[in-house]
Write a protein that binds this ligand. Structure first.
Ligand code: BDP
Length: 627
């Protein structure tokens, strides 16, 4: 579509990971949406690709591969976007590649408008899983015949300061390793997939535009939405804010940059299985009109808004002032071939499986998931514990100032991206850090307090390993999340010990902190089709008994202060190779191909029963529902 010259601001938005980048934290990060004033173009598809295999992995920069077509500086292969590059070819060295890889494609921006000045660096971003964007309007030149060339360099090298941390080991023993040999050590249990995992979008706004919207609902106040807008490049602007219900009827409006919208007879946002109409979303339409000496500008952005409150007491988690029990899963962004690449068929299948299971929640273990997934959660009423990539913080050098600063920036980015999702009810700042290390206390106190200051409306947690010291991080959080693997990593094979050990775990944590507790992980590796009675480890029967023994204790403790249970894991997933992993982690209740193991049926029975027992599940959705 043609845009009148001078009105367009073009932005290249990468909803993915990786690459060093300067992302100004004072700008908004609204998901690019089309409207009468905005256009969005997906740059997904097949890109040209080359891994920089030079010894220092730096040839691409030294020889300025971005200055010309990638195919002119060396061989290229086809690479789908979005996808991890690791499992796309038969080449084992690409699967395990560490360093810079280069992506490139050409795109016609919009018919009859300008193309980009190729080869000019527009942005860089540090850290994966969170979006970044660059304004490229200034680089456009009037040459409608030339498509623009977009080059993106991506690097999966981790350091002790990155989130997650990792480290490179250079092997100097010439009797064992060839010259220049190095490996990357990681301290987390999933394959370090890399590449452009999420969509690359090009979008336009008018010159003056709505840059950010923040909506929030405060505990105990029903039907009140507080909002705040930030606008760019509008010297004087007229604002109109309209909150519309599903039928498009205005239920509240304002003409201020910030304020309260009070909704009468409000349709609250409810979790799945807690209400007959879960995931109710209003639309907040923001219209900005501005003018300068040259032109008049109008921008329109519509944000889905769910109205709900969240609150925590010493024994309960309240959504809309009603007790909410998390019966859900931990997930990974992971599947065959595409690795961590975003894939709609997979996402929709996973949501169908979640609903089949009767799961009302998940934790984004161990990094932020694609924004489209968060939008699905909003629409379907799936409650989310939103975790940052603070996984595997195990080395004492990862508790220094550089890491801490980076962790605070990542929390800024995560909150900025996900603050408006009603499905997000809690932030998780880390998974199983080495909390017994002395600097951990100051480190997590700082990160947790920072997160609370960023968003006073949501509780904060960090996920503890039951193994580790119990006094780091936990004093500052609102909800205690504990992972434990009784009869698996502790006393393997001794299923009979689960009730005693789990009971002790809960009692110890609650006695010390008087805060509600979520069992944020438990489970057992299970090779589908492997059977044994009496049960032995790795069989489907063993996984079943682990679950049942945990469930007995949950049933007792949920009468007191246990407010949720999240199985590890929703589906089997890929890990690095090692003697403890047989082609990945097999603790899924579904296989990696999303077929149920026997445990999935046990979980399904339980979750539907739990939903019924809360007494708020309306009769027309009673188990076995429509499945
Ligand atoms: C937990 C970790 C998780 C692992 C799991 C396991 O949080 O990332 O995958 O153990 O070992 O401690 O299966």
């Amino acid at each position: 579509m043609a845009r009148p010259e001078g009105l367009g601001v073009f932005r290249l938005s990468c909803l993915f990971a990786v690459f060093e980048a300067a992302c100004l934290l004072d700008t908004g990060m609204l998901f690019p949406r089309e409207s009468s004033s905005r256009e969005v173009k997906e740059l997904n598809g097949v890109w040209n690709f080359r891994a920089d295999r030079s010894p220092n992995r730096n040839r691409g920069f030294e020889r300025a591969w971005y200055k010309r077509r990638l195919a002119e500086t060396g061989p290229v292969i086809d690479m789908p976007v979005p996808a991890s590059y690791n499992d796309i070819t038969q080449d084992p060295t690409l699967r395990d590649f560490i360093g810079w890889v280069w992506y490139e494609r050409e795109a016609v921006v919009w018919k009859n408008t300008s193309s980009w000045v190729n080869g000019v660096k527009v942005t860089e971003h540090k850290g994966g899983h969170l979006p970044f964007e660059a304004e490229i309007g200034a680089l456009l030149r009037k040459d409608p015949t030339q498509p623009c060339r977009i080059t993106i360099a991506v690097n999966n090298t981790l350091s002790l300061d990155t989130l997650p941390p990792g480290s490179i080991q250079h092997m100097s023993d010439k009797t064992k390793y060839p010259d220049g040999y190095f490996v990357q050590s990681i301290f987390f249990d999933f394959f370090n997939y890399a590449g452009i995992h999420r969509s690359v979008l090009l979008y336009t706004t008018p010159k003056a535009y709505v840059d950010d919207i923040t909506v929030c609902c405060f505990p105990f106040i029903s039907g009140l939405v507080q909002y705040k807008l930030s606008v760019r490049d509008a010297v004087s602007a007229t604002i109109s804010v309209t909150l519309m219900d599903k039928g498009g009827h205005c239920v509240a409006s304002s003409s201020e940059l910030s304020g309260d919208l009070k909704v009468k007879d409000v349709n609250l946002w409810w979790p799945y299985l807690m209400h007959e109409n879960p995931g109710y979303l209003y639309s907040l339409e923001v219209r900005l009109k501005a003018a300068d000496e040259k032109s008049a500008y109008e921008d329109v952005y519509t944000l889905p808004v769910g109205i709900r409150t969240v609150n925590v007491t010493s024994t309960q988690f309240l959504i809309n002032n009603k007790p909410f029990y998390f019966h859900g899963v931990n997930k990974h962004e992971d599947s065959d071939i595409r690795g961590k690449g975003f894939d709609w068929p997979l996402i929709v299948k996973d949501f169908n499986l979640l609903k089949w299971l009767g799961a009302n929640s998940f934790r984004t273990s161990h990094y932020p998931y694609a924004e489209e997934i968060m939008q699905m959660c909003d629409r379907h009423g799936i409650v989310v514990i939103d975790e940052c990539p603070g996984v595997g913080i195990k080395d004492i050098r990862s508790f220094g100032n550089a890491s801490l600063t980076n962790h605070l920036v990542v929390m800024d980015e995560l909150v900025r991206r996900d603050k408006n999702h009603p499905s997000v009810v809690m932030w998780s700042v880390a998974n199983e850090p080495a909390a017994e290390m002395p600097p951990a206390d100051f480190y997590f106190k700082t990160v947790i307090q920072h997160t609370k200051a960023l968003d006073p409306t949501r509780p904060v947690t960090f996920v503890s390993d039951s193994n580790y010291a119990r006094d780091k991080g936990a004093p500052y959080v609102d909800v205690i999340c504990v992972n434990s693997y009784f009869s698996w990593y502790h006393d393997p094979g001794h299923l009979e010990l689960i009730p005693l050990q789990l009971n002790t775990q809960f009692e110890n944590w609650y006695r010390k902190y008087q805060k509600p507790i979520i069992q944020s992980e438990y489970g057992a590796d299970t090779v589908p089709g492997l059977h044994s009675d009496p049960p032995v480890m790795f069989t489907e029967e063993y996984q079943n008994i682990v679950l049942k023994n945990y469930h007995k204790v949950f049933d007792e403790k949920k009468k007191q202060y246990v407010i949720g249970e999240l199985i590890w894991n929703f589906a089997d997933f890929m890990t690095s190779q090692g003697v403890l992993r047989v082609v990945g982690n097999k603790k899924g209740v579904f296989t990696r191909q999303r077929q149920p193991k026997a445990a999935a049926f046990i979980l399904k029975e339980r979750y539907w029963r739990l939903a019924n027992e809360t007494g708020i599940l309306p009769p027309w959705t009673k188990y076995p529902c429509s499945f």
